[in-house]
Write a protein that binds this ligand. Structure first.
Ligand code: FAD
Length: 455
């Protein structure tokens, strides 16, 4: 009997634990199911769908090199898998385990109908397995990381299986084009051309990063420099395993601990949603439910939100980031923090609205990482960050030397000097095409602090 390999966001052939197990059992039917029913309102956003299209095309090509192929089906995962098993006589399903609450439900549902075997492999350590001496899961990053670090390095990554046997007859497959994952009109994805989704592209990114990994520490906070790895969408879609990234980077030499800790943040976020599956919808600390957010139904608030999404707030660093996000599906981490803080504290708009916008526009949109970071910036989370910590966007912009970055993403400001570009209003040199600040920093700060007193 053939075995089904259920791909989700683990779209690779190397170090793919479910594939290794399936291939060892005989003929394999690799399947990817486009399932918008199981995640409901957490169905993939637009940028993720763009990525998915290309990643699936790449995975299919890699499978074909091995004499196999990718079967595409659409619908509710447990129903589709049950039908596929009945159709092909498959006896077992292998998959890598995922921790989004809807995937955990789906795994339970599949497990009731079929012989489902879940494997670890998308995290440095299985989420939930890093605990305190008393067996409790960690809530705060630093002690979590200390405990995880002690278990590192992860096992060396496995190569792709030498052989993936084909079944005697292939079941039918949808055509990828028919899924319409790419934008039609308008084509907002032209700026996404810098990405190469898929395992080959992911490995190229790792190679490229090794050339400057030793400078990560100093350069990662400078938006004008490509100091970080840009591996986030590749890691999210599982095109490389974190163990692979770990071993490549750790063996490259130099001080890479700060980078490895960031990979640890990725694990930490999964650890949080495993404890708090609603983390994308609920404040980590309940007393923050009393925050007097501005009313999102009011048109004035909607207009300000709209200005934020379009990069027209009058705060150059925020606007540069939001435009980079729209154009490329990615935003520099430091700028994500500044832009998120601006929405939450300066505009006093509920972090969940920002989370939702990022969900739709990021190519690395990840339920856990997105929620954990939004709640961290807001100060509503289970970590120790506080509401009263309000980022000063203009000061941050200067401190991290964002002039070149702003000039690139906000062309209206291209002619403004390095000194004035962070705050053209204050230097009386704001070009007419660039909007006035939608709110003054000081007034916004006071309003946010006042809001915090409600708690
Ligand atoms: P690098 O600096 O090269 O880091 C390497 C890898 O570590 C990243 O690829 C990523 O997998 C992981 N990582 C780094 N920082 C974090 C972090 N703070 N939290 C979790 N993992 C991290 N990251 C996502 O992957 N998906 C999201 O949806 C997401 N939403 C975010 C929302 C906000 C408001 C903020 C402030 C941050 C968010 N991040 C998210 C975290 C971070 O901004 C990105 O992971 C990072 O910018 C990706 O760029 P990179 O691959 O060059 O990172």
């Amino acid at each position: 009997d053939p075995t089904i390999l259920w791909f989700r966001r683990d779209l690779r052939l190397s170090d793919q634990t479910a594939l290794i197990a399936a291939a060892a059992e005989g003929p394999v039917i690799p399947v990817f199911i486009l399932d918008d029913e199981t995640p409901k309102h957490r169905a993939m956003g637009g940028a993720s769908r763009w990525w998915l299209h290309h990643s699936l095309a790449s995975l299919d090509a890699d499978l074909r090199d091995k004499g196999s192929r990718l079967i595409l089906r659409r619908g509710k995962s447990d129903e589709v898998l049950a039908a596929l098993a009945a159709e092909t006589g498959a006896g077992r399903v292998h998959c890598i385990r995922h921790y989004e609450p809807w995937w955990r439900n789906a795994e339970r549902a599949v497990g009731k109908r079929l012989d489902l075997v879940c494997h670890d492999g998308n995290y440095l350590a299985p989420p939930g397995s890093v605990t305190t001496g008393a067996g409790e899961p960690y809530k705060i990053f630093t002690p979590f990381w200390r405990a995880l670090r002690e278990r590192m390095p992860p096992a060396p990554p496995a190569n792709r299986p030498r052989e993936i046997a084909a079944p005697s007859r292939w079941p039918e497959s949808d055509r990828l084009e028919d899924w319409r994952l790419l934008p039609t009109r308008p084509n907002w994805a032209r700026g996404f051309a810098e990405w190469e989704p898929g395992e080959t592209g992911a490995r190229k990114r790792v190679d490229a990063f090794l050339r400057h990994a030793a400078r990560y520490d100093e350069e990662r906070n400078m938006p004008a420099i490509e100091g970080s790895s840009r591996l986030s969408p590749h890691l999210h879609f599982g095109e490389v395993s974190p163990a692979y990234v770990w071993h490549r980077v750790a063996n490259a030499g130099g001080s890479v601990d700060v980078f490895l800790a960031e990979i640890g943040w990725r694990d930490y976020a999964q650890n949080v949603i495993l404890q708090f599956p609603d983390y994308g919808a609920k404040n980590g600390r309940e007393r923050y439910d009393r925050l007097p957010w501005r009313d999102f139904r009011s048109s004035a608030v909607r207009d300000e939100f709209d200005a934020w999404t379009k990069g027209r707030t009058g705060y150059p660093i925020v606007d540069a980031g939001m435009r980079q996000l729209w154009a490329t599906g990615w935003m520099h981490n430091r700028v994500r923090m500044i832009a998120a803080s601006f929405l939450i504290k300066h505009l006093l708009i509920d972090w969940r609205e920002g989370d939702r916008w990022f969900w739709d526009t990021l190519v690395d949109a990840d339920y856990a990482s997105n929620a954990v970071n939004w709640q961290w910036v807001a100060g509503t989370g289970i970590d120790a960050n506080m509401w009263s910590r309000i980022m000063a966007p203009l000061g941050q912009s200067e401190k991290f030397d964002a002039a070149g970055y702003i000039r690139h993403w906000v062309p209206e400001l291209a002619g403004v000097s390095d000194v004035a570009i962070h705050d053209p209003d204050a230097h009386r040199c704001r070009p007419r095409a660039y909007p006035r600040k939608i709110i003054a920093h000081k007034a916004a700060r006071e309003r946010a602090l006042e809001a915090g007193r409600a708690i």
